[in-house]
Ligand binder design. Sequence first.
Ligand SMILES: Cc1cc2nc3c(=O)[nH]c(=O)nc-3n(C[C@H](O)[C@H](O)[C@H](O)COP(=O)(O)O)c2cc1C
Length: 216
Amino acid sequence: MDFYEVIKTAGTARYYKEDPIPDDVLTRVLDAARWAPQGGNRQPNRYVVVRDPAKKQALRELYFPLWRNYLEAAGVGEIAIRGNAIPKLLKDADIFADNFHKVPVIVVVCAHMEDIHPTDLELERDPIVYGASVYPAVQNMLLAARAEGLGGSLTTLLCAEEPKVKALLNIPDGYATAAHVALGYLSVPFPSKLTRLPLTDVVFSEEFGTPMYTAE
Ligand SMILES: Cc1cc2nc3c(=O)[nH]c(=O)nc-3n(C[C@H](O)[C@H](O)[C@H](O)COP(=O)(O)O)c2cc1C
Protein backbone atom coordinates (compact mmCIF):
# COMPACT_ATOMS: atom_id res chain seq x y z
CA MET A 1 0.00 0.00 0.00
CA ASP A 2 1.13 3.54 -0.70
CA PHE A 3 2.56 5.04 2.48
CA TYR A 4 0.42 8.19 2.39
CA GLU A 5 -2.69 6.15 1.68
CA VAL A 6 -1.92 4.16 4.83
CA ILE A 7 -1.64 7.34 6.90
CA LYS A 8 -4.81 8.91 5.55
CA THR A 9 -7.02 5.87 5.99
CA ALA A 10 -5.80 4.56 9.35
CA GLY A 11 -8.89 5.75 11.18
CA THR A 12 -10.00 4.55 14.58
CA ALA A 13 -11.65 1.20 13.93
CA ARG A 14 -14.89 0.49 15.75
CA TYR A 15 -16.30 -2.56 14.00
CA TYR A 16 -14.24 -5.73 14.07
CA LYS A 17 -14.65 -9.26 12.83
CA GLU A 18 -13.89 -11.90 15.43
CA ASP A 19 -11.49 -13.70 13.04
CA PRO A 20 -8.07 -14.19 14.64
CA ILE A 21 -5.04 -12.31 13.36
CA PRO A 22 -2.51 -14.73 11.86
CA ASP A 23 0.66 -14.91 13.95
CA ASP A 24 2.95 -13.68 11.17
CA VAL A 25 0.77 -10.62 10.59
CA LEU A 26 0.58 -9.81 14.29
CA THR A 27 4.35 -10.23 14.61
CA ARG A 28 4.99 -7.70 11.84
CA VAL A 29 2.64 -5.21 13.49
CA LEU A 30 4.31 -5.60 16.90
CA ASP A 31 7.74 -5.45 15.31
CA ALA A 32 6.86 -2.09 13.74
CA ALA A 33 6.33 -0.65 17.22
CA ARG A 34 9.86 -1.25 18.42
CA TRP A 35 11.45 0.81 15.61
CA ALA A 36 9.92 4.04 16.87
CA PRO A 37 12.17 6.73 18.37
CA GLN A 38 12.43 7.11 22.14
CA GLY A 39 14.26 9.66 24.28
CA GLY A 40 17.85 8.54 24.85
CA ASN A 41 16.95 5.30 23.06
CA ARG A 42 15.96 3.96 26.48
CA GLN A 43 13.16 1.84 25.00
CA PRO A 44 10.67 2.05 27.86
CA ASN A 45 7.79 0.22 26.19
CA ARG A 46 6.63 -3.33 26.80
CA TYR A 47 3.55 -4.86 25.18
CA VAL A 48 1.14 -7.38 26.64
CA VAL A 49 -0.82 -9.07 23.85
CA VAL A 50 -4.19 -10.13 25.20
CA ARG A 51 -6.14 -12.73 23.22
CA ASP A 52 -7.54 -14.85 26.04
CA PRO A 53 -11.36 -14.46 26.05
CA ALA A 54 -11.61 -14.34 29.84
CA LYS A 55 -8.97 -11.62 30.11
CA LYS A 56 -10.55 -9.60 27.29
CA GLN A 57 -13.93 -9.93 29.04
CA ALA A 58 -12.36 -8.62 32.25
CA LEU A 59 -10.89 -5.67 30.35
CA ARG A 60 -14.27 -4.98 28.77
CA GLU A 61 -15.95 -4.93 32.21
CA LEU A 62 -13.44 -2.31 33.32
CA TYR A 63 -13.62 -0.32 30.07
CA PHE A 64 -17.37 -0.11 29.59
CA PRO A 65 -18.30 1.92 32.71
CA LEU A 66 -15.44 4.33 31.99
CA TRP A 67 -16.72 4.77 28.47
CA ARG A 68 -20.31 5.33 29.66
CA ASN A 69 -19.11 8.03 32.08
CA TYR A 70 -17.25 9.66 29.19
CA LEU A 71 -20.31 9.40 26.98
CA GLU A 72 -22.44 11.06 29.64
CA ALA A 73 -19.88 13.87 30.09
CA ALA A 74 -19.71 14.36 26.32
CA GLY A 75 -23.50 14.46 26.17
CA VAL A 76 -23.74 17.38 28.60
CA GLY A 77 -20.78 19.18 27.01
CA GLU A 78 -18.29 18.57 29.85
CA ILE A 79 -15.90 16.95 27.37
CA ALA A 80 -15.45 18.60 23.99
CA ILE A 81 -15.52 16.53 20.84
CA ARG A 82 -14.73 18.10 17.51
CA GLY A 83 -16.37 17.45 14.17
CA ASN A 84 -19.67 17.47 12.40
CA ALA A 85 -20.51 13.83 12.95
CA ILE A 86 -20.41 13.63 16.75
CA PRO A 87 -23.57 11.52 17.23
CA LYS A 88 -22.18 8.93 14.81
CA LEU A 89 -18.76 8.98 16.48
CA LEU A 90 -20.34 8.43 19.90
CA LYS A 91 -22.66 5.70 18.64
CA ASP A 92 -19.78 3.88 16.93
CA ALA A 93 -17.61 4.22 20.02
CA ASP A 94 -20.47 2.98 22.21
CA ILE A 95 -20.87 -0.16 20.11
CA PHE A 96 -17.08 -0.60 20.18
CA ALA A 97 -17.08 -0.33 23.98
CA ASP A 98 -19.88 -2.84 24.35
CA ASN A 99 -17.97 -5.28 22.12
CA PHE A 100 -14.49 -4.56 23.46
CA HIS A 101 -14.02 -8.20 24.50
CA LYS A 102 -14.81 -9.45 21.00
CA VAL A 103 -11.92 -7.61 19.35
CA PRO A 104 -9.37 -10.34 18.50
CA VAL A 105 -6.35 -8.65 20.08
CA ILE A 106 -5.93 -6.01 22.75
CA VAL A 107 -2.33 -4.83 23.11
CA VAL A 108 -1.70 -3.28 26.50
CA VAL A 109 1.12 -0.77 26.08
CA CYS A 110 3.22 -0.53 29.24
CA ALA A 111 5.85 2.14 29.83
CA HIS A 112 8.74 1.82 32.28
CA MET A 113 8.53 5.17 33.99
CA GLU A 114 12.17 5.26 35.07
CA ASP A 115 13.18 5.18 31.43
CA ILE A 116 11.16 8.25 30.59
CA HIS A 117 12.79 11.61 30.91
CA PRO A 118 10.27 14.43 30.55
CA THR A 119 11.92 17.74 29.80
CA ASP A 120 9.01 20.01 30.71
CA LEU A 121 8.46 19.34 34.40
CA GLU A 122 9.51 22.79 35.55
CA LEU A 123 6.88 24.63 33.54
CA GLU A 124 3.67 25.97 35.03
CA ARG A 125 1.42 23.58 33.17
CA ASP A 126 0.81 19.85 33.09
CA PRO A 127 3.74 17.97 31.54
CA ILE A 128 3.19 16.65 28.03
CA VAL A 129 6.60 15.19 27.21
CA TYR A 130 6.04 12.02 29.27
CA GLY A 131 4.14 10.41 26.42
CA ALA A 132 6.62 11.39 23.74
CA SER A 133 8.71 8.23 24.15
CA VAL A 134 5.66 6.00 24.18
CA TYR A 135 3.10 7.00 21.57
CA PRO A 136 5.28 7.08 18.44
CA ALA A 137 5.54 3.30 18.88
CA VAL A 138 1.78 3.03 19.17
CA GLN A 139 1.33 4.98 15.95
CA ASN A 140 3.89 2.73 14.22
CA MET A 141 1.77 -0.20 15.31
CA LEU A 142 -1.43 1.37 14.03
CA LEU A 143 0.08 2.25 10.66
CA ALA A 144 1.58 -1.22 10.28
CA ALA A 145 -1.82 -2.68 11.13
CA ARG A 146 -3.44 -0.58 8.41
CA ALA A 147 -0.80 -1.61 5.90
CA GLU A 148 -1.54 -5.25 6.79
CA GLY A 149 -5.26 -4.71 6.19
CA LEU A 150 -6.11 -4.65 9.89
CA GLY A 151 -8.12 -2.06 11.75
CA GLY A 152 -6.81 -0.58 14.98
CA SER A 153 -7.94 1.71 17.78
CA LEU A 154 -5.77 3.61 20.21
CA THR A 155 -7.65 3.90 23.49
CA THR A 156 -6.61 5.50 26.76
CA LEU A 157 -9.82 5.51 28.82
CA LEU A 158 -8.89 2.23 30.48
CA CYS A 159 -5.65 3.72 31.80
CA ALA A 160 -7.79 5.09 34.64
CA GLU A 161 -8.15 1.53 35.91
CA GLU A 162 -4.41 0.88 35.78
CA PRO A 163 -4.13 -0.93 39.17
CA LYS A 164 -6.80 -3.46 38.17
CA VAL A 165 -5.33 -3.98 34.69
CA LYS A 166 -1.87 -4.44 36.19
CA ALA A 167 -3.21 -7.02 38.65
CA LEU A 168 -5.04 -8.88 35.87
CA LEU A 169 -1.98 -9.06 33.61
CA ASN A 170 0.79 -9.29 36.21
CA ILE A 171 2.36 -6.02 35.11
CA PRO A 172 5.21 -5.25 37.53
CA ASP A 173 5.73 -2.15 39.66
CA GLY A 174 7.44 0.66 37.83
CA TYR A 175 5.35 0.27 34.69
CA ALA A 176 2.44 2.49 33.72
CA THR A 177 -0.28 1.43 31.32
CA ALA A 178 -0.17 3.98 28.50
CA ALA A 179 -2.73 2.65 26.03
CA HIS A 180 -4.90 -0.28 25.10
CA VAL A 181 -4.73 -0.89 21.37
CA ALA A 182 -7.47 -2.93 19.74
CA LEU A 183 -6.49 -4.81 16.58
CA GLY A 184 -8.44 -6.97 14.16
CA TYR A 185 -9.93 -7.29 10.71
CA LEU A 186 -12.78 -4.90 10.02
CA SER A 187 -16.38 -5.87 9.39
CA VAL A 188 -16.89 -2.54 7.57
CA PRO A 189 -14.79 -0.80 4.89
CA PHE A 190 -11.81 1.36 5.86
CA PRO A 191 -12.60 5.08 5.89
CA SER A 192 -11.73 6.84 2.66
CA LYS A 193 -11.14 10.20 4.32
CA LEU A 194 -10.55 11.09 7.95
CA THR A 195 -11.91 14.34 9.38
CA ARG A 196 -8.94 16.57 10.08
CA LEU A 197 -8.21 20.29 10.04
CA PRO A 198 -6.69 21.51 6.77
CA LEU A 199 -3.00 22.35 6.40
CA THR A 200 -3.96 26.02 6.07
CA ASP A 201 -5.18 25.99 9.69
CA VAL A 202 -2.43 24.02 11.36
CA VAL A 203 0.89 25.00 9.77
CA PHE A 204 2.48 28.39 10.34
CA SER A 205 5.50 29.99 8.79
CA GLU A 206 8.22 31.44 11.01
CA GLU A 207 5.82 32.53 13.73
CA PHE A 208 2.65 31.17 15.24
CA GLY A 209 -0.43 32.48 13.49
CA THR A 210 1.10 33.26 10.09
CA PRO A 211 -0.34 30.61 7.78
CA MET A 212 2.21 28.84 5.63
CA TYR A 213 -0.45 27.77 3.14
CA THR A 214 -3.51 29.50 1.77
CA ALA A 215 -6.73 27.76 0.87
CA GLU A 216 -7.15 27.11 -2.85
C1 LIG B 1 -4.79 9.70 22.91
C2 LIG B 1 -6.03 9.07 22.36
C3 LIG B 1 -6.89 8.40 23.21
C4 LIG B 1 -8.05 7.81 22.73
N1 LIG B 1 -8.83 7.09 23.58
C5 LIG B 1 -9.94 6.50 23.11
C6 LIG B 1 -10.74 5.70 23.98
O1 LIG B 1 -10.41 5.48 25.14
N2 LIG B 1 -11.85 5.15 23.47
C7 LIG B 1 -12.22 5.33 22.17
O2 LIG B 1 -13.27 4.80 21.78
N3 LIG B 1 -11.48 6.05 21.32
C8 LIG B 1 -10.34 6.63 21.76
N4 LIG B 1 -9.55 7.36 20.90
C9 LIG B 1 -9.93 7.46 19.48
C10 LIG B 1 -10.43 8.86 19.12
O3 LIG B 1 -11.73 9.02 19.57
C11 LIG B 1 -10.34 9.02 17.59
O4 LIG B 1 -8.96 9.02 17.22
C12 LIG B 1 -10.95 10.31 17.09
O5 LIG B 1 -12.33 10.31 17.33
C13 LIG B 1 -10.73 10.49 15.60
O6 LIG B 1 -11.23 9.38 14.92
P1 LIG B 1 -10.57 8.92 13.56
O7 LIG B 1 -9.14 8.65 13.86
O8 LIG B 1 -11.31 7.68 13.15
O9 LIG B 1 -10.76 10.04 12.60
C14 LIG B 1 -8.38 7.92 21.35
C15 LIG B 1 -7.48 8.56 20.48
C16 LIG B 1 -6.32 9.11 20.98
C17 LIG B 1 -5.36 9.78 20.02
